[in-house]
Design a protein around this ligand. Sequence first.
Ligand code: S3P
Length: 170
Amino acid sequence: MGTASYCPENIVLVGFMGSGKSTVGRAVAKKSGRYFLDADALIESMQGRAISAIFEDSGEEYFRNLERESAEWMAECVKGTVISTGGGMPMVTKRIREIGKVVYLKLSFDEIAGRIPPDERVKRPLFKDMQKAREIYKRREKIYERVADFTVDASKPPEAVADEIISLLE
Ligand code: S3P
């Protein structure tokens, strides 16, 4: 197998917490013959602790530095992979478009809030306060749009979103 087909361009999924990046990412990986990498899980595995514990024990700024470093590492070292990013990654690095084709999974804040059950919110540090989460969403919307090569409607079932992404990239 030649390098080009073995190492296709990365696909980088961005969007707010709960927009389905990991579920859609896994489906896109399977359908397109790429590996799948969850950028939050990557940080957790290197730190040996959960994101919520990193926020609690070391603070948000510490987490954002780890996120920036992981983005740089992905830009340099990862190929042939679908990457689901943490919702804040486009805000912490200028290099997101160097990682691969960036796809924004767009969903309204109310749809997102409806998808995250209360017991799940504790695992997401920025979602503990709904009003704050809405403000963060508003600020980030434009940034997601700006960094994306493509924007897709993420309110559809994950398989349909994955099919749309693949057809957009063909
Ligand atoms: C964050 C989103 C989370 C995680 C961290 C911060 C954010 O990832 O990186 O809690 O700033 O939006 P998901 O988008 O995968 O939930």
